[in-house]
Design a protein around this ligand. Structure first.
Ligand SMILES: Cc1cc2nc3c(=O)[nH]c(=O)nc-3n(C[C@H](O)[C@H](O)[C@H](O)COP(=O)(O)O)c2cc1C
Length: 237
C-alpha cells in the first residue's frame, strides 16, 4: 500500500527536540484534520520537552485515544515495547519521526533500539514501513527556541512573587523547574519586573558527528529525510 492510496494509519514519533517541535505538532494536526489516523509515540525527553513548550495537552486533539489513535509514552511501555509489534503485523502505513534529536538519529543509524521511538524506527524498517524523518541537525547551524526562563538581571527576588504564588504546577521558586513547567506562560504577565519570558531564539552549532549521522540516516532503506516538518505535507498530498 503506498502512502498516497487512502487515509493513512500513521505512527508518529516525537523526541526531545525544541527545534521544529511546534511545527511538527502543527503538521500532525493538519494531517489529522485531513482524516488520517495518528498514534503518537513519545520518548521520555519528547514528553518532557513537549510539556515545557505547552504543547503536550494539545496531543489529545490529535490522538484521541481510540484504536490506532492512542498516545504511548516511553515511561509506561516497559523495556520490550510490546505495542511496537504493530509495525510487524502491518497496522501502520507510515512512520513519521519529527522532530528527531541528534541522539535519536545517532541511535537509529547505529542500530540501537532501546527506547520507544528508536524501536519504532527499527521495527518500521524491518517491516518495510516507509519512514519519514526530520532530523533537527543537518549541515548548517540552527536557531532554537528556548522554553520559559527567568532573566536574572531583571528578577528582584520580590518577597511576594505573583508568578511563583500562582503557578498551577508549582514550578517557580527562584528558578523555573522545567520538569514541572507545563508551558502555559501565565507567569509572564504576572511578573512585575518583566523577568520571565519564553521563546528566546538561541543559535546552536551543528556538530560534524550529527551531520554525518544525518547523512547516514538518509542512506538507510525505506527512510526519507526532510528539512522541515511542513515538507511532509506535500509529500503525503
Ligand atoms: C528545552 C530542551 C530543548 C532541546 N532541544 C533539542 C534539540 O533541538 N535537538 C536535540 O538534539 N536535542 C535537544 N534537547 C536535548 C534532548 O532532549 C536530549 O538529548 C535527550 O536525551 C534526547 O532524548 P530522545 O532522543 O530519546 O528524545 C533539548 C532539551 C531540552 C531540555
Amino acid at each position: 500500500m503506498s502512502p498516497n492510496d487512502r487515509y493513512l494509519r500513521i505512527a508518529w514519533g516525537i523526541t526531545g527536540a525544541g527545534h521544529y517541535l511546534r511545527e511538527s505538532y502543527g503538521v500532525m494536526k493538519e494531517l489529522k484534520d485531513r482524516g488520517h489516523s495518528i498514534t503518537t509515540f513519545l520518548s521520555r525527553a519528547g514528553e518532557e520537552v513537549s510539556k515545557m513548550y505547552g504543547l503536550f495537552d494539545s496531543l489529545n486533539e490529535i490522538s484521541d485515544g481510540s484504536y490506532l489513535n492512542e498516545i504511548y509514552l516511553d515511561s509506561n511501555q516497559g523495556s520490550s515495547f510490546p505495542k511496537i509489534g504493530r509495525f510487524n503485523v502491518g497496522r501502520y502505513d507510515l512512520f513519521i519521526l519529527t522532530p528527531a534529536t541528534s541522539n535519536t538519529v545517532a541511535k537509529i543509524v547505529f542500530g540501537i533500539a532501546d527506547t520507544l521511538v528508536t524501536n519504532c524506527a527499527a521495527q518500521a524498517m524491518k517491516s518495510g514501513v516507509p519512514t519519514y524523518v526530520v532530523p533537527v541537525d543537518w549541515d548548517s547551524d540552527v536557531t532554537s527556541e528556548m522554553p520559559y526562563t527567568i532573566d536574572r538581571s531583571k528578577c528582584l527576588s520580590c518577597e511576594d512573587c505573583p508568578p511563583g504564588d500562582s503557578c498551577p504546577n508549582e514550578a517557580i521558586t527562584d528558578q523555573i523547574d522545567l520538569l514541572r513547567c507545563k508551558g502555559c506562560g501565565s507567569c509572564v504577565e504576572l511578573c512585575r519586573n518583566g523577568a520571565i519570558s519564553g521563546g528566546e531564539a538561541v543559535p546552536l552549532k551543528i556538530r560534524k558527528v550529527d551531520s554525518r549521522n544525518t547523512k547516514m540516516l538518509s542512506e538507510m532503506e525505506s527512510v526519507i529525510i526532510f528539512r522541515r516538518p511542513k515538507e511532509i505535507l506535500s509529500k503525503i498530498e
